[in-house]
Every structure is written in structure tokens, then in C-alpha cells.
Ligand binder design. Structure first.
Ligand code: PRX
Length: 630
């Protein structure tokens, strides 16, 4: 099956993927190298839920990157761009990358890691982040990458949840003008762990670190004792490939499980079609491998396609806000994929940072992670895409594994703020809050998906019941995304944001319950309620209403609570606004009325609906007055 190159081909593929999904995906699966060809294409029901794609097939995803792309062995696979402009970028050909992956895989084996074992990767954006993921996949170990901005306590929760055997980390790293002590975080996280046998450490900045005898191992030392040949472990299509933790409306982050075959197929299919990647192109996604975007569109999708993918260690504003544009010119990037929050932040510095940039190699520019507002969309289109590059506003989620709704460049027209049309294999449907399908256009509904696509979440690690409750119970028989959306008269979807208690801060998903739990650990806090509010750069900001045990003017609650949250979760979850209040609006059964707080936090001080049924209706006015004075 060739890449989609016309609207009629898209329409035909879409039609076939809905009318005969098994035939459609079987045809595409024939591009891949199977150790045993699948004959069973799809088994599913959304009640248990159970979804199996290609279940009797056997494969290894890395064999589909390296052995299948053997003719590309001298082509560049990864270009790594360091944080510091004076440090040289490093390129790996497919062959060089293959060797590094194999020797890394042999290191893992030497440390006793076997098929099915869980490996935590807590690394900055260095090549070893991709190499270690692929090394796990090579031997059938299950990787779980944890974003290196998370705190020791978040890391330790994830280690415990999946009972990980080893952690891969670095001594430290450079991020903008900061030096981060990565290994220190790991040390405190694994201190009380019963499951971790080793910590494998990569020397990134030659920083002084404590190496615990018998537990901690330097990669460069142990790597000397292994060779660079490692056969690919045969994996069943439904064997776990990775776990990635993500936040939800309740409780601790959940381990979203993706499996080998379906994920492989959907990540390559979506990558090549959405970015219209052609041989020889250079593609750059600015995400971090700690998020799903980094998994599917820095590592797996591009490398399966045999593409040249750029990995960037630093931040968009270091040494100044022209860094992205300089990297695009330096590496002649053709497809560029970033998040609205970065676009808005760079826009806020003014156009002068774009003045020296040519950007004339760009063909497609993409957006992901949160709704992109019209102003940012236009700025991106005019200043970065120079009015000639289509914007692909790609909607998807950790749980979907790959892009679900997106324009196809020069095939499906972009429309500001719309993710536009579903990709082949994706069948969206909207429901109102009573569970009736929203048939009419231009009306908001809850976005659900009717039919399994190959990389749909299979389970929540260790808690299948939670998977069912979270995604398959609100609208029975459908996968519920947690997003609100509406459809225009041409069938284009516009994503309106989360309809649950999840906030999207700078494209990062944060559960309000998680932040409240962290705030409540502060000894001066009695109770808290966290909501999102519109933020001009971050998309949404975090607003915390807190009741403290003695409201003393001498205490800087703002700093103190932010520190507590950074300690328990990480800096990304720090509230932007903290308001000490004497009470929180509650129903008679004691539930906090977040709906009211959301309005107040968004500076909407009217139309709260009926508040007479509240336990303490007078508190609403008190809070409103306080917010007005903030
Ligand atoms: O609310 C949607 C938003 O990000 C959520 C998924 O977050 P996460 O699992 O962290 O994955 C982010 C990267 C795929 C979604 O439920 N979201 C993602 N892309 C878009 C978006 N909202 C609007 N437009 C998008 N293009």
C-alpha cells in the first residue's frame, strides 16, 4: 500500500478501512517483516474490553527498523542536536544505530533483563533515550519511559506500579542554562524499591555522582564487555511493547499498555501519511521521549519508515528564542512538529528572532498536544510556514498510540483550530451527556471512537478494571476519549478540550486530583481544590484554592505550596495561582463544586446556576471577591 497522495485515495482508503477493516490493515501489514505471518487479524469487544490485532503473528519491531530497512544502512537515522550551540551535533546511520542498540541490548541481558521484564528509562533527550527503548524492544523487555522532569516520588510510584527491574538514567544533563542532577533523583526514587536490581548510568556531563556498589553500573564500562550482535526476540503481536504513565481524572497516573504488532503498524502508517515523508527528507519533532509523541513520532514511526529524525536536547529559548529556527536551517528540516505552547511562547518574544531564519526547506508543519488557538495558528502559518506549508493539527492521545484526526498535507485542507478529518481506520462519534448520538453538526459532544484501530490502549498495567471504567463505561460499547469536540458541515472535527478533571498545561496532561493530593501533603493545608483556567502561553494554567490551618500573613503559601507540588510531582504541576480561601463550595453530600470554581478561576463571575442547594452558598461571593482582588 502506497502513501496516500490524493483526496480520492484518502476517501477510498477511509471507506475500505470502515467497510472492511481487517482486509485494510492486513494489506498494510504486509509491508512488515513478520517472523510468523498473522492469519487472525482482529478480535475485539469493547465490553471487557478486549482488542487483539494480528494475534497469531510474531515479529520484533526493531527487526522492522533495522533488518527490514537494511538497504538504508548507510542513511542517517538520528541527528542529535545538543543543548549547547558550541557542542557538535551527532549523527547515527541506521547501521551505527543498529550496532548501538544491539550492544545496549546485550548490556541489558548481562544485567539479567529478560523478555517481559519492565525497564524504567529516566533520561534526558540524549541518543541513548532512543537507543535504550529500542534495546528493550530488541530483547522483548517492556520499557516505561518516565519524563525526566518528574520528581523522585513520581518516579518511585511508577517503578513500584510496574515492579521494574532496572532503571536507566544519566549522571546529569544540560537544559537551557541549567545543569540537572538526574542521577540524584533516581537515587532517592530507588532507595526503598524492592524490585530494582540495577541502575544503569550513562555519562552525559561527567558529573560527580554516587555509584552504589553492586547496584549502579556505568554504561560505558559494562558496554566494553559485550559485542554488538543481538538477535531479535520473537514477540507475539499482542505482547507488551511498552507502558507509558499518564494522568487521569482520578487517582495516581495509570500505566497505558501498548503492544507490539498494532502499535508498529499504526505508528508507521500515521507517520508517513500525516507528514507525507519522502525519502531523503529530514523530520523533526520537538517533543520529549517521556511523552507518547516522542515514542511514536521521534522514535518508532520515523525509524520504522527509515526516516531521518532529529532529536533535540535543549529548550526553545536557549540560548535565545531563535533556537528552533536555527536548528531547522542547520539541518534543513522538511517536516517540523511541535506544540501550541511552544508556538505561543516563541510568538510572545516577537518576530525579530525569526528575521535571520530562512526556513525554506520546510514543507509541512505540525501541532500536537492541545487545542491551537486561531492567533497562534495564523502566526505559525505565516511566520514559520511562510504561507506555503500546510499545518497538520494532529489530535490523538497516549491511549490512541498514534494520530487519529489530522489533515493530510496538500490533500485534506487545513482549517485553523480544526484537526479536520479522521485518518483511515478511525471512526469518531459524538454523544451528548445523556448518551444520545449528536447527529447535527456544529454542536459540542463527547468525542468517542466506535471501532478499534491497531494501536488502541490494551489495558492499564495491573488494573484492567480501571481501563474499562475510564474508557469503556461512560458510553457503553465505545471508547471515550475524555475530550469534547464538534463537527462542521464538511465533517471536520474541532477538539474543544478535556471534559473531565484533567488539565492540559503546556500540552502536558495533569490530573486535578493528583495536584490536590500533592498540595494536601503540605502540613499547613487542610483542603484544596484545583481547576484549570485559560492561560495565554500554556493553554491552561493551574489554579489552586486552598484552606490552610492558620492563615498567617508571615507564611508565603504561594512559594511553600509550589515547592510541595514540585517535590511530589515535578515542576510541570506547580500551580500558577494559589488563593487561600476560608471554605470551598460544596454540595450537601460534601462534594466540591468544581464547576463553580472553574468559572471563577476563568474570571467569569456570573451565571453559576442554582447555588441554593450548596451546603455553604455564601462562600461563592467570598471567593469571587478574593479572586477579583488577586
Ligand atoms: O485533550 C486532548 C489533547 O491532549 C490530550 C492527550 O494528551 P496526551 O495523552 O498527553 O497526548 C498528547 C499528545 C498526543 C487529548 O485528550 N490534545 C492532543 N492533541 C490535540 C489535543 N487537543 C486539541 N488538539 C490537538 N491537536
Amino acid at each position: 500500500m502506497n502513501m496516500i497522495s490524493s483526496l480520492s485515495q484518502y476517501q477510498d482508503e477511509y471507506k475500505e478501512s470502515v467497510e472492511n477493516p481487517e482486509k485494510f490493515w492486513k494489506k498494510y501489514s504486509q509491508k512488515f517483516l513478520w517472523k510468523k505471518n498473522p492469519s487472525q487479524i482482529l478480535e475485539w469487544n469493547f465490553d471487557e474490553p478486549k482488542v487483539k490485532w494480528f494475534s497469531d503473528g510474531k515479529l520484533n519491531i526493531t527487526e522492522n527498523i533495522f533488518e527490514r530497512n537494511f538497504n538504508l544502512k548507510s542513511n542517517t537515522a538520528i541527528i542529535w542536536e545538543p543543548n549547547d550551540i558550541n557542542e557538535k551535533s551527532i549523527s547515527f546511520t541506521y547501521n551505527q544505530l543498529f550496532k548501538r542498540v544491539c550492544s545496549f541490548a546485550n548490556v541489558l541481558k548481562k544485567l539479567g533483563v529478560a523478555k517481559g521484564d519492565r525497564v524504567i528509562i529516566y533520561l534526558p533527550m540524549i541518543p541513548e533515550a532512543a537507543i535504550s527503548m529500542l534495546a528493550c524492544a530488541r530483547i522483548g523487555a517492556v520499557h516505561s519511559v518516565v519524563f525526566a522532569g518528574f520528581s523522585a516520588s513520581s518516579l518511585s510510584d511508577r517503578i513500584d506500579d510496574c515492579n521494574a527491574k532496572i532503571v536507566i538514567t544519566s549522571d546529569g544533563n544540560y537544559r537551557g542554562d541549567k545543569i540537572i542532577s538526574v542521577k540524584n533523583v533516581v537515587d532517592s526514587a530507588v532507595e526503598k524499591s524492592d524490585s530494582i536490581t540495577n541502575v544503569l548510568v550513562i555519562n552525559r556531563i561527567s558529573m560527580d555522582v554516587t555509584m552504589v556498589e553492586g547496584r549502579d553500573v556505568w554504561l560505558h564500562e559494562i558496554e566494553k564487555s559485550v559485542d554488538d550482535v543481538c538477535n531479535a526476540e520473537p514477540m507475539s503481536s499482542e505482547d507488551m511493547l511498552f507502558i507509558l504513565y499518564t494522568s487521569g481524572s482520578t487517582g495516581k497516573p495509570k500505566g497505558v499498555v501498548h503492544t507490539c504488532g498494532g502499535y508498529m503498524i499504526f505508528s508507521q502508517y500515521t507517520f508517513e501519511n500525516v507528514f507525507q515523508y519522502k525519502d531523503g527528507d529530514t523530520y523533526w519533532c520537538t517533543a520529549d521521549v517521556g511523552w507518547i509523541t516522542g515514542h511514536s513520532y521521534i522514535v518508532y514511526g520515523p525509524l520504522l519508515r527509515g526516516a531521518k529524525t532529529v532529536m533535540f536536547e535543549g529548550v526553545p529559548t536557549y540560548p535565545d528564542p531563535s533556537r528552533f529556527w536555527k536548528i531547522i536551517d542547520k539541518h534543513s528540516v522538511n517536516q517540523f512538529y511541535t506544540a501550541p505552547t511552544a508556538i505561543r511562547a516563541l510568538q510572545s518574544y516577537g518576530d525579530k528572532y525569526l528575521e535571520g531564519a530562512s526556513l525554506n526547506t520546510l514543507k509541512v508543519i505540525g501541532s500536537v498536544g492541545e487545542p491551537i488557538n486561531e492567533e497562534a495558528w495564523n502566526w505559525y502559518f505565516i511566520n514559520v510556514g511562510k504561507r506555503k506549508c500546510p499545518i497538520v493539527d494532529t489530535w490523538w492521545q497516549t491511549e490512541t498510540g498514534g494520530i487519529m484526526i489530522s489533515p493530510l498535507p496538500n490533500i485534506i485542507d487545513s482549517k485553523p483550530t480544526y484537526a479536520t478529518l479522521p485518518l483511515p481506520g478511525v471512526q469518531p462519534i459524538l454523544f451528548d451527556n445523556d448518551g444520545n448520538e449528536v447527529i447535527e453538526n456544529n454542536i459540542e459532544g463527547n468525542l468517542c471512537i466506535k471501532f478499534p484501530w491497531p494501536s488502541i490502549v490494551r489495558t492499564i498495567y495491573g488494573d484492567h478494571k480501571r481501563c474499562k471504567e475510564t474508557y469503556f463505561s461512560t458510553f457503553k460499547g465505545y471508547y471515550f476519549t475524555g475530550d469534547g469536540a464538534k463537527r462542521d458541515d464538511d465533517g471536520n472535527y474541532r477538539i474543544l478540550g478535556r471534559v473531565d478533571d484533567v488539565i492540559n498545561v503546556s500540552g502536558h496532561r495533569i490530573g486535578t486530583a493528583e495536584v490536590e493530593d500533592a498540595i494536601n501533603q503540605d502540613s499547613s493545608v487542610i483542603e484544596s481544590a484545583v481547576v484549570g483556567y485559560p492561560h495565554s502561553i500554556k493553554g491552561q494554567g493551574i489554579f489552586a484554592f486552598v484552606i490552610v490551618n492558620s492563615n498567617s500573613d508571615n507564611v508565603n503559601y504561594f512559594d511553600q505550596i509550589r515547592k510541595t507540588v514540585t517535590h511530589h510531582i515535578g515542576p510541570i504541576a506547580k500551580p500558577d495561582k494559589i488563593l487561600v480561601v476560608p471554605g470551598l463550595p460544596k454540595t450537601r453530600s460534601g462534594k466540591i463544586m468544581r464547576r463553580i470554581l472553574r468559572k471563577i478561576a476563568s474570571n467569569e463571575f456570573q451565571n453559576f446556576g442554582d447555588i441554593s442547594t450548596l451546603l455553604n452558598p455564601e462562600i461563592v461571593d467570598i471567593i469571587v471577591k478574593k479572586v477579583k482582588n488577586l
